[in-house]
Ligand binder design. Structure first.
Ligand SMILES: NC(=O)c1ccc[n+]([C@@H]2O[C@H](COP(=O)([O-])OP(=O)(O)OC[C@H]3O[C@@H](n4cnc5c(N)ncnc54)[C@H](O)[C@@H]3O)[C@@H](O)[C@H]2O)c1
Length: 425
């Protein structure tokens, strides 16, 4: 089939590349001219495992354009993968979605508009209404939410746990289902509103697990239990499972923070106060700041102390800095008078981290540091020569915000080690 994808971001590019891999002809359209030029040159504007190879392999079935007409010329299905960032009120900003809807020209043939962007429940109905108002009855509408995670997005797309398709018209749902032929996964068909809610609820549940285990970690710290062991034991229960039970300094990224706010707002706009979600969000905000308290307990005042942030991206495997905990941490540390140095293997964060010294290696960032804070669990940090790091640092203290290092080996190198929810020395 012929597919147009609107949005060449993290989701749009993976969607386009994967559909091309499945044998479809894909045109990816973005309004950002420089992104389209980069893609036409054969380069990839984002860091996502396996994406560059997939784009290269399927070059013949993929084109990139800034023009709506080129994208829609022959499309059977138009995917919407534009951003839906939060507004000041916390609601999802659907400006880019509406632009795409309003750009659709009148067509004689039937085409399907498939929504991949994460949108509030009721968006599909509103889009349907707008299309009908414009006389575009032969444009079908399907909600086909995206569950891929950055860092593993290509694998997640090709091997999903499920494909959710919510349609007003069963035939339109069938078209979207056929697009996925070749992917071995259960398909859940539903009404449009339920498909929209599945995405929001799934995200909210994952965040709930994270904030839950983070609170357990905080109680572990107060009582001397070790959250790593606790999570292992809890996760062995088949009713609970082991996923999303890693204590740390909180979630970030382009989805969880905004989608939790959007769901909370959606609920309150509908007259319901979603208490649990409000607590999940608050716990996460506090969690990011706990590192500062840990550093102060070990170092006293942070004024003039040099703190190295290891990892900046909101998680490993991506260069995405949206809502990264590192941004909050750097600002809090600077507010306490600390000098901050930082390293990340792919995130280009200098413009967002005013006054932070960006090093091009972990050891560079650790030079003269009073403490190292593990912010993102990049594998490079597990493999780092920590003996050498100890020589470079002014003071041997590691605050492991992701519980990724082995406390015993660091302590054997004369480091003070503190994780999240792990027994102190
Ligand atoms: N990032 C993820 O892992 C992920 C996962 C699941 C769902 N989502 C959802 O998918 C959507 C896209 O997220 P993203 O991370 O890819 O965003 P992104 O910011 O990386 O990409 C969005 C792209 O859309 C482009 N755009 C804006 N208006 C446009 C228009 N009229 N026509 C064509 N392109 C236009 C922007 O220039 C940008 O390149 C969001 O709703 C997000 O919540 C994201």
């Amino acid at each position: 089939m012929k597919i147009a994808v609107f949005g060449a971001g993290y989701v749009g590019l993976v969607t386009g590349a994967c559909f091309a891999e499945l044998g479809h002809d894909v045109v990816v359209r973005d309004i950002a001219t420089e992104k389209i030029e980069t893609l036409r040159r054969g380069d990839v504007p984002i860091h996502e495992e396996g994406l560059a190879q997939l784009l290269e392999k399927n070059r013949e079935r993929l084109t990139f354009t800034t023009e709506v007409e080129n994208a829609l010329a022959e499309a059977d299905v138009v995917y919407v993968a534009v951003g839906t960032p939060p507004t000041h009120s916390g609601d999802a900003d659907l400006t880019a979605v509406w632009t795409v809807v309003d750009e659709l020209p009148r067509v004689e043939r039937r085409i399907v508009l498939a929504m991949k962007s994460t949108v509030p429940v009721g968006t599909g109905n509103a889009v349907r209404h707008r299309l009908d108002e414009r006389g575009l009855e032969n444009v079908g509408y399907v909600s086909n939410p995206e569950f891929t995670a950055e860092g593993t997005a290509v694998r997640d797309f090709m091997h999903p746990d499920r494909i959710v398709i919510g349609a007003f018209d069963a035939g339109d749902g069938d078209v979207v289902e056929q697009l996925h032929a070749g992917i071995d996964a259960p398909v859940l068909r539903s009404d449009v509103k339920s498909a929209e809610m599945i995405k929001l609820a799934a995200n909210a549940f994952l965040m709930t697990r994270i904030s839950f285990i983070n609170e357990i970690a905080n109680v572990c710290e107060a009582t001397g239990a070790d959250v790593v062991k606790v999570a292992e034991g809890v996760g062995m229960d088949r009713r609970l499972g082991p996923h999303f039970l890693r204590a740390g300094i909180g979630y970030g990224g382009s989805c969880f923070p905004k989608d939790s706010l959007a769901l909370k707002q959606l609920a309150s706009n509908s007259g319901y106060h979603f208490q649990l979600l409000a607590a999940v969000i608050e716990v996460n905000e506090l969690q990011k700041r706990r590192v500062v308290g840990k550093l102060e307990r070990r170092l006293g005042s942070l004024r003039g102390k040099r703190i190295a942030l290891l990892g900046l991206a909101f998680k490993p495997g991506t260069d995405d800095m949206r809502e990264a905990p590192s941004l909050v941490l750097a600002a809090r540390l600077q507010a306490e008078g600390a000098e901050v140095s930082a390293w990340d293997p792919v995130a280009n964060a200098a413009d967002q981290l005013d006054g932070v010294e960006i090093a091009d290696s972990p050891l560079g960032a650790l030079e003269g540091a009073d403490a190292a804070v593990i912010v993102t669990e990049w594998p490079e940090l597990r493999e780092l020569d920590w003996a050498e790091a100890g020589v470079r640092m002014r003071n041997r203290l590691v605050v492991d915000g992701r519980n990724m290092l082995d406390p015993a080996s660091l302590r054997a190198l004369d480091f003070e080690y503190e994780g999240i929810g792990r027994a102190a020395e």
